[in-house]
Design a protein around this ligand. Structure first.
Ligand SMILES: C[S@@+](CC[C@H](N)C(=O)[O-])C[C@H]1O[C@@H](n2cnc3c(N)ncnc32)[C@H](O)[C@@H]1O
Length: 193
């Protein structure tokens, strides 16, 4: 699933993953954040509803990264208030910057399962020492995809080397089609001493 795969999904408007707004679990998490100056990244952001919500709520250090220019064009058309200099067009795995928080929303399930360990390592690399990865991971068997499913036990194998698993539990406020099929996660980057 390279750039051309995702471009073609966007070109053909095959964007069934787009729930049309910030997801309730992420909204609830964002709403309890007190420090609005933190640097936040939304990777594989698509129409970037989370970034829009963050920006509208005063989180001005929000960045997005997206491999498909068509997705970025769609977001910019939909939400022109977001600063263009905080939009990274490119591959998440090439991001060369640091953040306090990364918000995961149907990006992990979009990458090939063979890259899951790389995803965990890259997240650790781009997070500040006290950084967090927060969001939603699907909780259904890993078969064909995208979206590629997985389980808590499998996810632990990728993330435990780099993160303290603070929360990984069934989301109680998922949208109806995803109800009972999502895990809310909060992974805190392990500090090295
Ligand atoms: C399933 S969609 C989810 C979009 C958005 N997070 C949402 O929930 O609506 C996955 C998105 O990740 C983008 N993407 C896939 N691989 C990527 C990569 N390696 N780096 C950055 N973006 C990527 C795709 O273009 C697509 O827009």
């Amino acid at each position: 699933m390279d750039k051309s795969f995702w471009d073609s999904r966007w070109e053909n408007a095959e964007t069934g993953w787009d729930i049309g707004g910030v997801s309730a679990p992420l909204k609830a998490y964002i709403d309890q954040l007190e420090n609005k100056t933190i640097r936040i990244l939304v990777p594989g952001c698509g129409n970037a509803h989370e970034a829009e919500y963050l920006w509208e709520n005063g989180f001005k250090n929000t960045w997005i990264v997206e491999i498909s220019q068509l997705a970025i064009d769609s977001f910019r058309k939909r939400y022109p208030a977001f600063p263009v200099e905080q939009i990274i067009q490119g591959d998440f795995f090439d991001v060369d910057a640091h953040f306090d928080l990364v918000l995961e929303q149907t990006f992990f399930c979009a990458i090939h399962p063979s890259r899951r360990a790389d995803y965990a390592a890259k997240m650790s690399e781009i997070l500040e020492p006290s950084g967090k990865l927060v969001g939603l991971l699907f909780d259904f068997p890993l078969e064909s995809g995208p979206p590629f499913g997985g389980s808590e036990a499998e996810y632990r194998t990728y993330f435990e080397p780099f993160f303290i698993i603070k929360r990984m539990e069934r989301a109680h406020n998922s949208i109806k089609p995803r109800y009972g099929r999502e895990l809310f996660i909060q992974f805190d980057k392990k500090t090295t001493d």
